[in-house]
Design a protein around this ligand. Structure first.
Ligand code: 3PG
Length: 395
């Protein structure tokens, strides 16, 4: 942004690494263009500053060295061109240069994960990338947890390297939520398994005032409280971890409010009859598929009083109407709350869209894995290298 404002991008070749890894389907092409829309401002900013723009991204997980049409960024180039209102030229075989980028041009460099050495952050490849440009801009928050040649290595070798507006915006929003939150800070961590979110739960138990757990994760916590969970998804071996998380939260003056009632069914199906019961009354052949209305009310009250909300994961099987009530109530409470709210992860965004609260969430992250790793308190390598570079360590 500053480079543009200072006029330093005028006449320069700018290489933008974006995250344009969008879901594609045969019928409509791009099924959700959020990431393309989120990446357009960086391109526009560079164009307005008089630069020639190259933009690249990975798409899917292709085999290195093997180009297949389904891995092509062609539909993304088309969508970006529509959004910018200017042509976007697609360039294949671009690693060794040999193509022109004039001021005002937008060139989409074909799927960078096809390049040999991209995924393993190969130094020779990173140097080649660096030679293509005058300014490297990393705007790919969604890929910031990957140390690959286009997200990491290039930042060492490009003449200038900096963060783009989306990356800066994401880091600001996450920082606001977790590093200097308005209290009470409430996190909702839900999903199928404690094991996949254990580090996040542990990291957040130390920071938040209320740690709301949901989905299969909550079942393991209900078990830790001494109740049976029938046939529900749960991880009995992680009961000691669940107890430790509750104890850690309490030791810091926080709490892990667990469900008091749940919605159960005899099978995992959209048409399965639903029954609401207290957690003490879960039968041996029951599966817990949602939180109950009393729990939804308690959590809703907590969320409405929050200063900051971090949301990752639906609390029930919201795809099935009979078990959508809990997630809907959470979504509505997030929407009604005056808190600064941030949400991320594919399922969470699907729930936000289903309950039409997109405009009521303060910040929706474009990151999946990157958002989770930030919540875990991990260093994002693509961000760390830019910080190193800013300190002059790679000038
Ligand atoms: C994502 O969709 O989370 C990012 O684009 C990263 O994709 P990856 O997991 O294939 O690296």
């Amino acid at each position: 942004e500053n480079l543009c404002k200072q006029g330093l991008a005028q006449g320069k070749r700018v290489f933008i690494r974006a995250d344009l890894n969008v879901p594609l389907n045969k019928e409509e092409g791009i099924a959700d263009d959020t990431r393309v829309r989120a990446s357009a401002p960086a391109v526009k900013m560079a164009l307005d500053a008089g630069a020639g723009v190259m933009i690249t991204s990975h798409l899917g997980r292709p085999t290195e060295g093997e180009f297949k049409p389904e891995n092509s960024l062609a539909p993304v180039a088309k969508r970006l061109s529509e959004l910018l209102g200017c042509p976007v030229r697609l360039q294949a075989d671009w690693v060794d240069g040999g193509f022109e980028v004039k001021p005002g041009d937008v060139v989409m460099l074909e799927n960078c994960r096809i390049n040999k050495g991209e995924k393993k952050d190969d130094d020779v490849l990173a140097r080649k990338y660096g030679k293509l440009c005058d300014i490297y801009v990393n705007d790919a928050f969604g890929t910031a947890h990957r140390a690959e040649a286009s997200t990491h290595g290039i930042a060492k070798y490009a003449p200038t390297a900096c963060a783009g507006p989306l990356l800066v915006g994401e880091l600001d929003a996450l920082g606001k939520a977790l590093q200097s939150p308005k209290r009470p800070l409430v996190a909702i961590v839900a999903g199928s398994k404690v094991s996949t979110k254990l580090t996040i739960l542990k990291s957040l138990a130390d920071k938040v005032d209320q740690l709301v757990v949901g989905g299969g994760i909550a079942n393991t916590f209900i078990l830790a409280e001494g109740h049976g969970v029938g046939k529900s998804l749960c991880e009995a071996d992680l009961v000691p971890e669940a107890k430790a998380i509750i104890a850690a939260a309490k030791a810091k003056g926080g709490d892990v409010p667990l469900p008091t009632d749940v919605v159960v069914a005899k099978e995992f199906s959209a048409t399965a009859p639903a029954r609401t019961c207290a957690v003490a009354d879960i039968a041996e052949d029951d599966m817990v598929l949602d939180i109950g209305p009393d729990t939804a009310k308690t959590l809703g009250d907590i969320l409405r009083k929050a200063g900051t909300i971090v949301w990752n994961g639906p609390v029930g099987v919201f795809e099935f109407a009979n078990f959508a009530g809990g997630t809907k109530a959470i979504a509505q409470a997030v929407a009604e709350s005056a808190a600064f709210s941030i949400a991320g992860g594919g399922d969470t965004i699907a729930a936000i869209n289903q309950f039409h609260i997109e405009d009521k969430v303060s910040y929706i992250s474009t990151g999946g894995g990157a958002f989770l790793e930030f919540l875990e308190g991990k260093t994002l390598p693509a961000v760390a290298i830019l910080e190193e570079r800013a300190k002059g360590n790679h000038a």
